[in-house]
Design a protein around this ligand. Structure first.
Ligand code: AMP
Ligand code: ZN
Length: 131
């Protein structure tokens, strides 16, 4: 039995507030939003994360975001930007690939980085990466 919460959203056994759907994807409201209009875009085919994503789907997601979702958010919520986040491995709670679409508004003060005290000096990290 498939225990994936997003597969259950796709088959309708878990309800969702869906704002766009076609044969390949579903876009619905995040249940615990970190921005006004926080949406999740998921493929209907279960894949785990970016390592299982093919080029065709990646381009498809981009086109839906550009041609359908962003215009709708601009028209209906007057968004002024869109921050896109996609977690893989640590930090990914639901292991069904999903893109977070986070509408941005003037002076919304969104903080997306990890705690300041856990950020090392950029030169130290650059040194590690350049070895
Ligand atoms: P991530 O940490 O990237 O895996 O994000 C998973 C996201 O899924 C979180 O932002 C949750 O709030 C959201 N989420 C979990 N269950 C549901 C659900 N049943 N309906 C809508 N969003 C959900
Ligand atoms: Zn799934």
């Amino acid at each position: 039995m498939n225990d994936c919460v997003f597969c259950k959203i796709i088959d309708g056994s878990i309800p969702s507030k869906t704002i766009y759907e076609d044969e390949k994807i579903k876009v619905f409201m995040d249940i615990n939003p970190v921005a006004n209009g926080h949406l999740l875009l998921i493929p209907k085919k279960h894949i785990k994360d970016i390592t299982e994503l093919d080029d065709e789907n990646l381009i498809y997601f981009k086109n839906i975001i550009n041609n359908k979702i962003t215009p709708m958010l601009k028209e209906k919520l007057n968004i002024e930007g869109l921050t896109i986040i996609q977690n893989n491995g640590y930090g990914q709670e639901v292991k069904h690939y999903h893109i977070h679409l986070l509408p941005r508004y003037q002076n919304d003060n969104m903080e997306t980085r990890i705690e300041k005290e856990n950020i090392k000096n950029v030169d130290l990290i650059y040194e590690e990466l350049s070895k």
